[in-house]
Design a protein around this ligand. Structure first.
Ligand SMILES: Cc1cc2nc3c(=O)[nH]c(=O)nc-3n(C[C@H](O)[C@H](O)[C@H](O)COP(=O)(O)O)c2cc1C
Length: 685
């Protein structure tokens, strides 16, 4: 390990532009006094050391997420002189983390904003500004007279970073790089006489993508942050963008402050590269290590190879549905429908097409296949529930534009619904609106954390006074609900009527599909998905696998048993006082409530999986109407109906909704997306 040596700076050349920030001029404002301003640090620092910091110069390259925070921390530490460099301006995407990003500073250059903030803390601070940022032609002046170089450059700026660190190394200037990683930070110090940046990272001659990988692995070989990356799709190496948190940026500057004290005051132990450090408060872990040769170390090479493959895997295009969202300039009707199309529908059938009647008037054409689809029980009840969800979603989306929404079914054609939007004074946005596109079915096991009373009240309120919710939380109740779902799964995997639907709906090969359901989202493990892909292609294979080779039991185990036991509760929703509405309008109203319930759950961080199969089989068992191909099916459906009565209550086929709810183990995963709005406009002719 390199020994720490005295800081040895090259002789100063004239600064580019040096200023002394003026004292605040407001009359009556207390005059600035350095001793008083930084007196509260004394005790952890001696007065001698405080004065040494006042006499030190720190160069900060880049004033964004970490650089801006570094500048403020060092200013509060009482550092007397700064070289600050940045050419960029603040924009909205900086708001989550950058110290100088405020509504009042949008569009302003980062350098003058951050320099102004430093001056507000310490008006005596001398700030040398490099408004063109750090470039090959100003490296010397940027480093002139500098005691410590701090890296605040964007992760993806590697060429300038390499040149800057090389120059600092040559001039004997200590340099430090801190990377905000997830909820924590990884850092490396390069001290005079020790390993250089290039010797550690070995970026020379590598293609740029490989340089990113090597830089990332070198910064944090222990990879503590990896598990924190809940949505890898947000890492976009091609667009040079990655996620960041304000905590990590603040933490980076906190660690920088401590390292700066040690380096500038020549006390404490600084462990320079090849020693690497990572702190992850999310997992409560601090790790440091030492790989001789940095990225040349054999273990590191392996890590780099693995990381490169991982990055190639996650570098996939954003979900189609998201990409195709409309621009803010589109007509308001289109914008409402563009959100409303995210309403849920059975098997993601999206049984609606739109016809533009006027600027604020749309006709919804409901397409349904009652009779042809075994799941469309009771004359297509799931379709009407979905249509209710669509109309409610339109209503919520319209409120964001100050519009109310009225709808009416056409008397001559019950499959057409006219929806008219109109301005409404004082209409507030609906708090459920942000959750419309986020809500999605999670068919995996949830956490068993129970629902709080407040959550249950909110969920019951979403259903409103016409419905009763029955929560099944006791182990015996969960078991009964799970048994019921398992029986329904085994039946539907063994009959041809269901296979016809599965064949059409389940999509293989992609984690997201705009029609139907991606196989990855049905809740089976990857191996069983492969088996299902093989079986699903032919009815005889499905029959062989599920009836005779135990495929149905395997699926029921994964789809129902584990998830059924692992959730906060199962629930049944029924019409209050045993009502049994028959009108389509009632089921549309129930669908509206279903969507409010589902969005309310999403708003509370909960996830929901409907379970309609038992209701459907109970209905067919009691009302007939389906042609059961297999003679034992009717008998089995009747058994399911009887079991359903025990779980949901008598006449279980009238249940409005059944399913399970809980806190998801992850809040992102494979899901169905939607057809783009352009495909939902009715084609005429
Ligand atoms: C009326 C209705 C019935 C549904 N039944 C089930 C069901 O029994 N099991 C299930 O896993 N999902 C069910 N779903 C969820 C849909 O499959 C899901 O909403 C659709 O595929 C879109 O996916 P998303 O909700 O993830 O956006 C149902 C949805 C609706 C509206």
């Amino acid at each position: 390990m390199a020994r720490r040596t005295a800081t040895c700076n090259a002789p100063s050349s004239p600064p580019v532009q040096r200023e002394r920030t003026a004292l605040p001029s407001a009359s009556g404002a207390p005059a600035f006094d350095y001793g008083a301003a930084f007196s509260r640090t004394l005790g952890w620092l001696t007065e001698w050391e405080q004065q040494m910091l006042r006499d030190r110069t720190v160069a900060i390259a880049g004033l964004g997420g970490v650089g801006g925070a570094h500048a403020l921390t060092l200013a509060r530490l009482g550092i007397g002189r700064f070289h600050l460099a940045d050419f960029d301006r603040f924009d909205l995407a900086n708001m989550n983390r950058q110290a100088g990003a405020f509504m009042s500073t949008l569009g302003r250059d980062k350098l003058s904003v951050v320099a102004g903030m430093v001056g507000e803390i310490n008006p005596e601070a001398r700030i040398t500004r490099f408004a063109e940022g750090v470039r090959d032609d100003n490296l010397d002046s940027f480093l002139d007279g500098v005691d410590l170089l701090v890296d605040g450059l964007d992760f993806f700026v590697l060429d300038v970073r390499r040149a800057l660190f090389a120059k600092a190394h040559k001039r004997g200037i200590p340099a430090i790089t801190l990377a905000p990683l997830g909820h924590g930070v990884g850092w490396l110090s390069f001290l005079p006489g020790g390993m250089s940046f290039e010797e550690y990272f070995r970026l020379e001659g590598e293609p740029v993508e490989r340089q990113y990988v090597k830089f990332m692995v070198g910064l944090a070989p222990k990879g503590l942050h990896r598990r924190a990356l809940v949505d890898p799709g947000r890492v976009d190496f091609a667009a040079k963008a990655g996620p960041s948190t304000p905590m990590a940026c603040q933490m980076a500057s906190a660690i920088l402050g401590t390292e700066a004290v040690k380096i500038l005051l020549r006390r404490g132990r600084v462990e320079p590269a090849p020693v690497f450090h990572q702190f992850d408060p999310y997992r409560g872990l601090y790790r440091k290590g030492r790989h001789r040769g940095g990225n040349a170390h054999p273990l590191r090479r392996l890590q780099i190879a693995v990381a490169a493959r991982w990055i190639a895997r996650i570098a996939r295009p954003r979900p189609a549905g998201e990409e195709e969202r409309l621009s803010p300039d589109a007509p308001v009707l289109d914008r409402i429908l563009d959100i409303a199309r995210w309403a849920p529908s059975g098997d993601n059938d999206q049984p609606w097409r739109f016809e533009r009647i006027g600027p604020l008037h749309v006709r919804v054409h409901v397409q349904h296949e009652a009779g042809a689809n075994v799941y469309e029980y009771a004359d297509g009840r799931p379709v009407w529930l979905a249509v209710g969800a669509l109309l409610e979603t339109m209503r919520i989306a319209a409120a964001d534009h100050g519009l109310q929404c009225r709808w009416q079914a056409l008397t001559q054609d019950r499959n057409c619904i006219d929806v008219v939007f109109s301005p409404a004074q004082g209409l507030e946005p609906d708090p459920l609106a942000p959750f419309i596109t986020i809500r999605s079915v999670d068919r995996t096991a949830y956490r068993r954390w129970p629902l709080g009373e407040a959550e249950k009240r909110a969920l019951a309120a979403a259903w409103g006074p016409e419905f009763d919710i029955c929560w099944h939380t006791a182990p015996a109740e969960r078991w009964m609900a799970t048994r019921l779902n398992m029986a329904a799964t085994r039946l539907r995997l063994a009959i041809r009527e269901c296979h016809r639907v599965h064949e059409r709906v389940i999509r293989f090969g992609s984690e997201q599909t705009s029609e139907g359901i991606p196989a990855a989202a049905v809740g089976l493990d990857p191996l069983t998905v492969r088996l299902m892909r093989w079986a699903n292609a032919r009815w005889w294979r499905t029959r062989l696998l599920n009836r005779y080779l135990g495929g149905g039991a395997l699926a029921a185990l994964q789809l129902d048993l584990l998830p059924g036991l692992s959730c906060a509760a199962h629930l049944t929703v029924r019409w209050r006082d045993g009502r049994r509405p028959r009108r389509i309008a009632d089921w549309i109203a129930a669908g509206q409530r279903l969507q409010r319930f589902w969005l309310t759950a999403t708003r509370h961080g909960l996830t929901v999986q409907p379970s309609f199969a038992p209701i459907i089989f109970a209905h067919h068992a009691r009302h007939g109407g389906q042609c059961w191909e297999w003679h034992r099916t009717q008998e089995k459906a009747e058994r399911i109906a009887n079991l359903a009565d025990r779980v949901h209550g008598p006449a279980s086929e009238e249940t409005v909704f059944a399913g399970r709810i809980g806190t998801p183990r992850r809040r992102i995963g494979p899901r169905s997306t939607r057809l783009p709005l352009a495909r939902l406009w009715l084609e005429r002719g």
